[in-house]
Ligand binder design. Structure first.
Ligand code: PMT
Length: 406
């Protein structure tokens, strides 16, 4: 997996930096080209000469340094970001993690992190004293980076430089190289790698007045699981979601909306760009014709609401799509109605529809599991077993990938 790959190896200043010449050796032995970017403090723990000898290239540290000669380029920070297939930061100290999460770019490591091409994987290997690692600031900064899509290899437990024993040790170079290979493997094997995916998720809210709305029980879990899995496979993912309480999956660009109209307008901005559209949202089919401003008072024994049809987001996309764009929908029913799903597939001219039943126990809204039946445009039916929504998202995307390949 590393053969012929260009790896940027960022090294920051912790005692574990002494293991990095061995790490460079290992990556090179596996066939990678390694460009070392060391912080000034890293070079207090490990010598520049060792690193440049094992990597067979200059070690870059200062943006303005003159040792950039072997690439003879005044915009080296940009070319490195384009050159790299992946970036590895090991050890990633608390300071470097904070600087990367805040967007600093005043040395070659942080600058190249920012200029890395979108979609290229980053693996961070935090290593520090246990109390530092578990501190609120380090955990907050790591979660910011994880939300940006960085992969994080957890530190190991064992003797630390402080003399204490605990969590914080950098894993051995072999473990780090394996983790990097895994990150690259998932992406390179996926037809979604580098593709652009648009997902809708969650419910919509249709205003009755300023304090009430019509909606449904969708939690967003299914759509978020799909967005998460697509990003893990290397896709550029945009997620347009109704009101839900879920965290944004790593590496996913999220847009929060309320009504079906807003969901359509926000999604429309990304229709042209996407290779794959997946409508997992439970979009309200109707909305109140005339939402009232303020709060409707209760006067009469009965109240009548006039509703009008909402636009169909999936059908709008499907009708206007260009050749090669893939449209996938969901069909939710309350009883066995595969025929309804088949009708949706045909009416909305979809490539695939995922049929699920709302049974309140194993599938449909809110719960963490789902039972999907996939129907494709050629009439093929795939019945998936009871799976977690995350696993179901994986199986759905596996099937979608076979469509992309064709
Ligand atoms: O969010 P969770 O709690 O995890 O629950 C997941 C889910 C049950 C919401 C999900 O698995 C699901 O089935 N989503 C679609 C639910 C639905 O509204 O189905 P539908 O049969 O009404 O719509 C068919 C398809 O058209 C769907 O892809 C829907 O997103 C799309 N649609 C429908 C109406 C509309 N106005 N615009 C649309 O895009």
């Amino acid at each position: 997996m590393l053969t012929g790959r260009n790896i940027l190896l960022g090294i920051s200043g912790g005692i574990a930096a002494y293991k990095t010449p061995h790490l460079v050796r290992l990556l090179k032995k596996k066939g990678a080209q390694v460009q070392v970017l060391a912080t000034a403090s890293a070079l207090k723990f490990v010598s520049e000469l060792s690193l440049s000898t094992v990597s067979e290239a200059s070690v870059f540290n200062d943006i303005f340094e003159s040792n950039h000669d072997d690439r003879s380029d005044r915009t080296l920070h940009i070319t490195l970001g384009e050159w790299a297939d992946a970036m590895l930061v090991a050890p990633a100290t608390a300071n470097t993690i904070a600087r990367l999460s805040a967007g600093f770019c005043d040395d070659m490591l942080s600058l190249s992190f920012i200029t890395l091409r979108p979609g290229k994987p980053v693996l961070l290997v935090p290593a520090m004293d246990g109390n530092m690692y578990e501190s609120a600031s380090v955990q907050r900064n790591l979660s910011v980076l994880a939300r940006q899509g960085c992969h994080i290899l957890e530190p190991e437990s064992g003797p630390l430089a402080s003399g204490q024993c605990g969590l914080g040790r950098m894993p051995e170079p072999e473990t780090i190289a394996d983790a990097l290979e895994k990150v690259l493997a998932v992406r390179s094997e996926s037809a979604l790698n580098g593709k652009t995916v648009l997902v809708t998720a969650g419910p919509t809210r249709e205003k009755i007045d300023d304090v009430r709305f019509l909606s449904n029980y969708s939690s967003g879990k299914m759509g978020f699981a799909i967005a998460n899995e697509a990003a893990r496979r290397g896709a550029v993912v945009r997620l347009v979601t109704g009101p839900v309480t879920l965290p944004t999956p790593p590496g996913v660009e999220r847009f929060d909306v309320e009504s079906a109209d807003e969901m359509l307008e926000t999604s429309r901005q990304f229709f042209d760009d996407c290779d794959l559209f997946i409508g997992a949202a439970a979009v309200a089919d109707y909305r109140p014709l005339a939402p009232v401003s303020g709060k409707v008072k209760k006067n009469e024994a009965e109240m009548h609401l006039r509703l009008i049809r909402n636009p169909d987001i999936l059908a709008t996309f499907s009708a206007g799509r260009r050749a090669g764009q893939i449209a996938v929908g969901f069909a939710l029913e309350t009883n066995g109605g595969l025929d309804y799903a088949r009708k949706k597939l045909q009416d909305k001219k979809l490539d695939l529809v995922a049929f699920n039943i709302y049974d309140r126990r194993t599938s449909g809204f809110e719960i963490d599991t789902n039972v999907l039946t996939l129907l494709n445009r050629d009439g093929q039916i795939t019945e998936l077993p009871l799976l977690s929504k995350q696993e179901a998202a994986g199986r759905l995307l596996d099937t979608v990938e076979t469509l992309l390949f064709r």
